[in-house]
Ligand binder design. Sequence first.
Ligand SMILES: [Zn+2]
Length: 133
Amino acid sequence: MIYVDSMHGKLARILRVFGVSCVYIDPSIDDNKIIQMLGENDVLVTSDIELSKRVRRSILLRDQNIKTNIQIIVSNGIVLDIDNPYCYVCNIKLERHGNKYRCNTCGKWFWRGKQWRNLREYLPDCLKESLQT
Ligand SMILES: [Zn+2]
């Protein structure tokens, strides 16, 4: 599981759309609790240098540039599964209905319209080229 710190809420939502299940860490949770929460194979995405040093598997982000950050995450071995998106609100895998997707938790419908085309800009270039719509 991937945990994303509270500085990167937008990044967490976009990763879900790109098929990466990730937990957003509430800003009220302190560092010691975060470390306790993490299992052996969990990855922490953070901009907190001190915290990242205390976690075995962490990805340190230096700024808020979403595209750069997604590239860093991918280069750290996290695989984007863009055909199997998660609900960006609930972090639940969406069910596919033709060319639409539905979240069984919140009931929202998603399809790859204008919003998706805007989000695609954040994909690493190699993945963008392999996509059709
Ligand atoms: Zn949902």
